[in-house]
Design a protein around this ligand. Sequence first.
Ligand code: IPE
Ligand code: IPE
Ligand code: MG
Length: 252
Amino acid sequence: MADEADTGGIATQAGAIPSHVAIIMDGNGRWAEARGQARHAGHRAGVNSVRSTIEECIRHGVKVLTLFAFSSENWRRPKGEVSLLMELFLTALQREVKRMQSNDIQLRVIGDISAFPDKLQQRIRASEDATRDNQRLVLQIAANYGGRWDITQAARRLAGAVRNGELDPDDIDEEAFARATALGDLPDPDLFIRTGGELRISNFLLWHCAYTELYFTPVLWPDFDAEAFAAALAAFASRQRRFGQTGAQLGG
Ligand code: IPE
Ligand code: IPE
Ligand code: MG
């Protein structure tokens, strides 16, 4: 066992900071409705939590942050809400790329972006290109992302390589499959956080969360601040990740 640190009465393994944190940012609509405001106001307020969570990841030494911004099922929402979400995404990209450069943040967008308006697709590609060499934090935005879409597109990609004679089917193992998913060579998430109180995965990183520690909080996304993030990190640090082994094997 690693050294124990005292963080407000919660036993933690010193240094147990997740390398990759993946978050379902849920609860914007309910946050707004509780204030008698339109759902739009909740999405706008949620942008501040995105900014503060990125800062906290950098401060704590998290290396990869994946944020679920728009699921492959969110197209089922009213048209007006879908367009507002697109607009917020576009304006955030326009505004934040400079800040990403000065903070050494690499942006990657995962999901089927071919369904987005051309202007948004171009902006996404330009932002990814501009930040490609940045090292401090990889920020992945999952947009029109679905875990089943990702597994399906990986299978299609591998099948294409087989058809072209570039790949022997016998060489398709878990590692090769993982590389064909949207995460490519990035590590699986160590910590999954869902705000907003729902206890489900909602088609997020299905392949990649096989051994991820799950953390659910009732805090609504616009209220998810540095303190709420620290609570999630403390919960993570108190877990024993066994990956199939026994506690005794791991010395705990
Ligand atoms: C999450 O908040 C944001 C997106 C799905 C884009 P919701 O809009 O789902 O908020 P609730 O769950 O209705 O409160
Ligand atoms: C999941 O939230 C998707 C995002 C946060 C982008 P939803 O609010 O869409 O999930 P469900 O529909 O309640 O499962
Ligand atoms: Mg929701």
